[in-house]
Write a protein that binds this ligand. Structure first.
Ligand code: AMP
Length: 296
């Protein structure tokens, strides 16, 4: 059966590969045909946020590889590694509809065989915000992303602004290690009620979900304040902290008002600003942010 030429024409035929050697072979075939290659790294439980990354890759590259790997090294002790959702059949469907050619879905032993001993560590950027409460998390992220980039050797790799710190860290790593890949940041996708889409949202009860809306509501107000001329980053951060600390059901972890690339704390809001928050609602850890550009 011929492959549909565009996702609009129907589900894309997706191939599920579990071995590094098979992915390398598939990429080499595409390269021999002169195709550009795109990579979308994910942990699965795909939603419209992931689909937007896959569509961006589809628009820019001729072979779209989506990795689905719940990476054990980025989870800390007591985190949700065991219960993280793994609905692979549904994921294949979503990946296909969004335009993926290949889903790379390795076992943990394929990525971390016995004797594995290497860690990629990006200093500085990883120590604050999510890094402060999740020690080792970004080492796990960087190590697996470095491996995936080496396995696929894509022209471009697609990451969501949902994980704004991760995006900054991966950009730093790719530049520092001369990985020769374009790192593309894609806009955060929200549900109709404003909640940032996340695979972890399915842990939330109906009431917790309602309480979680305080994050996006507060960030929306921050955006309006910045667009309205608010330039005092410290006062803004303090105000957001107070607001979220008072929100029912929300256990605030941090509010950061920082430069989106360096993650340096801002005193005065300049041209571009990232306002990021992390909080627990019930036992679920959620992150959300807004990036405001061309503030000037
Ligand atoms: P995850 O599966 O949560 O590791 O996410 C895989 C990729 O999808 C990361 O680059 C995320 O930033 C991105 N992503 C997750 N949720 C969203 C969202 N709501 N909007 C945009 N990108 C997202």
């Amino acid at each position: 059966m011929p492959r549909p030429r565009s996702p609009k024409e129907g589900p894309w035929m997706v191939e599920r590969l579990e071995h590094i050697s098979d992915v390398r072979r598939r990429v080499a075939e595409a390269r021999a045909r002169g195709l550009r290659v795109g990579l979308v790294p994910t942990m699965g439980a795909l939603h419209r946020g992931h689909a937007s990354l896959i569509r961006a890759a589809r628009a820019e590259t001729g072979l779209v590889v989506v990795s689905i790997f719940v990476n054990p090294t980025q989870f800390g002790p007591g985190e949700d590694l065991a219960k993280y959702p793994r609905p692979i059949a549904n994921d294949m469907d979503i990946a296909g509809r969004a335009g993926a050619d290949v889903v790379f879905n390795p076992a943990a032993e394929e990525m971390y065989p016995a004797g594995f001993a290497t860690t990629v560590h990006v200093a500085g950027l990883t120590e604050k915000m999510c890094g402060a409460s999740r020690p080792g998390h970004f080492d796990g992220v960087c190590t697996v992303v470095a491996k995936l980039l080496d396995i696929v050797r894509p022209d471009a790799a697609y990451f969501g602004e949902k994980d704004a710190q991760q995006l900054a860290v991966v950009r730093r790593m790719a530049a520092d290690l001369d990985l020769g890949v374009e790192i593309r940041g894609c806009p955060l996708v929200r549900d109709d009620d404003g909640l940032a889409l996340s695979s972890r949202n399915e842990y939330l009860s109906v009431e917790e979900r309602r309480e979680a809306l305080a994050l996006s509501t507060t960030l929306g107000q921050a955006r309006q304040a910045i667009l309205g001329g608010d330039r005092d980053a410290v006062a803004l951060a303090d105000r957001l902290r107070q607001q979220l600390a008072a929100a029912p059901g929300v256990k605030l972890e941090y509010v950061a008002v920082v430069d989106p690339d360096t993650l340096a704390d801002l005193a005065t809001i300049g041209d571009r600003v990232l306002v990021a928050v992390a909080a627990r609602v019930g036992s679920t850890r959620l992150i959300d942010n807004v990036v405001v550009r061309n503030v000037g």
